[in-house]
Write a protein that binds this ligand. Structure first.
Ligand code: NAP
Length: 310
């Protein structure tokens, strides 16, 4: 499989399997994380040839960016990497609010640059809309930052179809990040077609449906993190999902491949998806996900797999 792609119409050349680093320093998102394991995850990604790392301020309130920055400095590989980060979350008296104002985003980019120990960010996403700042204006702030060389490409995440169009009113949007996997297909209705039509790269988050698509869970699995509150892991929906994953497992076995690799390879067959950013808690998981590059799905196989989850 061709391993490198340009993200949409940007100048960013990424390996098709990146690394989603929300478990690197993301102590506010997952229990029992350890910073040293987080740094090992980044080192493992680099050793495995990954050149596309996805982080955000909210992953550990800057800790993920700091740990990535430390490893990138230690390895001296800044120029070989595409680093994506996101902002919009603001700490106010111990709670988190969203802010897309020009002043706030500009100051957040400066703070991300410091934490990442760099003088440019390859791809900056507005993480969530704040519900008040006009979205074309928000994209305009990022355009300003791009013109100044602080960021190299303009991203947005978690917008609905209407918001996506508003954000892209001046055609500035280059990369969109939204939830999408074999299990969560809503983006197929409007978001993916819009991105495809406008040359915007779509980066799917939760590509493994938070581990569900690895096939490792059973109806008796007990979740201790945010999965215990997610609809995909609840009651009848969970049982239904497990049955579909069993069918995926059978399809993978027929191809002598692992379930997770087939689920990730399927995403790479979709239009507008140049790269994926599976997450990992342990270096072995990260290494395992990179094996996705060893398999290629035919159109018939991709359609069959798609049908299992329709
Ligand atoms: P994901 O990629 O769907 O699932 C990752 C989780 O699955 C891992 O943390 C691990 O959890 C398990 N896993 C991964 N590889 C495995 C393997 N080979 N074998 C067994 N288990 C494996 O979910 P995600 O990491 O939350 O999402 C991916 C990335 O998208 C994030 O890291 C983040 O960068 C980004 N993201 C962005 C947004 C946004 O709002 N823009 C939202 C969410 C995520 P366990 O070991 O605990 O099961």
């Amino acid at each position: 499989m061709d391993q490198t792609r340009t993200l949409g119409e940007t100048k960013l050349q990424v390996k098709r399997i990146g690394f989603g680093a929300n478990a690197v320093g993301g102590h506010n998102l997952f229990p029992n994380l350890n910073d040293e394991t987080g740094k090992d995850l980044v080192r493992t990604a680099l050793d495995g040839g990954v050149n596309f790392i996805d982080t955000a301020f909210i992953y550990g309130l800057g800790r993920s960016e700091e740990l990535i920055g430390e490893v990138v400095q230690e390895r001296g590989v800044r120029n070989e990497l595409i680093i994506a980060t996101k902002g919009a979350h603001k700490e106010v008296n111990g709670s988190i609010e969203l802010d897309n104002s020009r002043d706030f985003l500009r100051s957040e980019v400066e703070k991300s640059l410091k934490r990442l120990k760099t003088d440019y960010i390859d791809l900056y996403y507005v993480h969530f809309p704040d519900g008040k700042t006009p979205l074309a204006e928000v994209a305009g702030t990022l355009k300003e930052l791009k013109d100044e060389g602080k960021i190299k490409a303009i991203g947005a995440s978690n917008l609905n179809y209407q918001q996506l169009q508003e954000y892209n009113a001046d055609g500035y949007l280059e990369v969109f990040q939204g939830e999408y996997s074999l299990i969560q297909r809503d983006a197929e209705k409007e978001l993916l077609p819009y991105c495809e039509k406008h040359g915007i790269s779509f980066i799917p988050y939760f590509p493994l449906a938070s581990g569900l698509l690895t096939g490792k869970f059973t109806k008796d699995t007990v979740f201790e993190d945010s999965r215990k509150d997610k609809p995909q892991f609840q009651g009848e929906t969970f049982i239904h999902n497990l049955k579909k994953v069993d069918k995926l497992k059978a399809a993978a076995e027929e191809k002598q491949a692992e379930t997770a690799h087939v689920a990730l390879a399927w995403l790479l067959t979709r239009p507008a998806i140049d790269a994926i950013i599976p997450g990992a808690k342990r270096p072995e998981q990260l290494k395992d996900n990179l094996k996705t590059l060893d398999i290629e799905l035919t159109e018939d196989e991709a359609n069959f797999i798609s049908g299992i989850f329709k």
